[in-house]
Write a protein that binds this ligand. Structure first.
Ligand code: HEC
Length: 275
């Protein structure tokens, strides 16, 4: 339809409207360029440009993932995937880097500790093949983090990062410190911080950490206020449920109790700062 319309417009005006010839978004599984950012031997941050074929040249296999299928409510998805640890081993990390920040095209920001990369043998996917009955949300593009069959990390949003445009080696401690400082000592808030880090921060940023796909929660809700805390819980369930149109079923990762702990954390946070 778009083609016909553009052709018609060209005929009418004699000019090929440039907006019509802009390429569509890359299709699922199409090659993408991404960056790997790391410190060089002099300690300067450098960014290398990588392509999917370059990553695949480290060794690529076609695999499935029950973890992915469960989280996405899909079945029989297949992937071309490369070992993440093999990639990591190619970099000399001399500054205490113990994590990889995953910056994504859609303002999602994932982060994985290198411990998790090794422990769960995580993979980097360069091609995604869904069955014809599965509908694909816009954000589901390579690079994608994948838990291979046989590995059982906790069921969390953390292991579902897609659409990655940059991998950056960082120190976990540096990354989380601004969020930890403010958590306070109560075990409830500490637990809330963990749940938030594992499931929410990727899209709801705090203190300059995390992504901005979703709203800044401390701006939307006054957590010191009882009715706002209730509204927060109600809005969460209204949006992040299993039938979410964009497959952002975050509810599956958190129990009612865990959500309450997030509220404890954000309440402490909002008493000490505004973000
Ligand atoms: C994949 C990204 C993503 C993750 C992960 C995520 N959210 Fe969201 N969230 C969104 C988007 C997008 C919206 C839609 C509206 C908005 O906030 O911009 C939203 C909406 C919400 C809303 C309603 C806000 C409003 O303005 O209507 C709440 C509350 C919320 N999220 C809480 C959470 C909590 C708590 C977690 C973790 C347990 C979480 N979200 C994880 C992306 C995400």
């Amino acid at each position: 339809m778009k083609q016909i319309f553009c052709g018609f417009l060209a005929l009418l005006t004699g000019i090929w409207v440039s907006a019509c010839s802009t390429p569509e978004k890359p299709e699922l599984g199409e090659q993408r360029i991404f960056r790997i950012t790391h410190a060089d031997s002099a300690g300067r941050m450098v960014s290398e440009i990588w392509t999917a074929p370059k990553l695949e040249s480290l060794g690529s296999r076609e695999i499935s993932s029950e973890y992915f299928d469960r989280a996405m409510h899909m079945s029989d998805s297949r992937f071309s995937a490369t070992s993440f640890s093999r990639l990591v081993k190619g970099f000399a990390l001399k500054r205490g880097e113990d994590a990889v920040l995953l910056n994504c095209f859609d303002d999602y920001q994932g982060i994985l500790s290198l411990d998790d990369v090794y422990r769960y043998d995580l993979r980097l996917v360069t091609k995604i093949k869904l069955t014809s009955s599965s509908s694909r949300p816009d954000w589901l593009n390579p690079l994608l983090i994948l838990v291979p069959d046989g590995k059982r990390p906790p069921f969390q949003e953390r292991f579902m990062t897609a659409n990655i445009r940059e991998l950056k080696f960082v120190r976990l401690n540096d990354y989380y410190t601004p969020l930890e400082k403010i958590a306070g000592d109560s075990p409830q808030a500490q637990e809330g911080l963990e749940v938030f880090k594992n499931n929410c921060l990727f899209c709801h940023s705090l203190k300059g950490r995390g992504g901005n796909k979703g709203a800044r929660l401390l701006q939307e809700y006054n957590f010191a206020n009882d009715s706002d805390r209730k509204r927060f819980l109600a809005d969460f369930k209204k949006f992040h449920h299993k039938d979410n149109a964009d497959k952002q079923d975050v509810e599956q990762f958190v129990t009612e109790g865990k959500l309450e702990r997030i509220v404890d954390y954000l309440k402490n946070f909002s008493e000490k700062t505004s973000d």
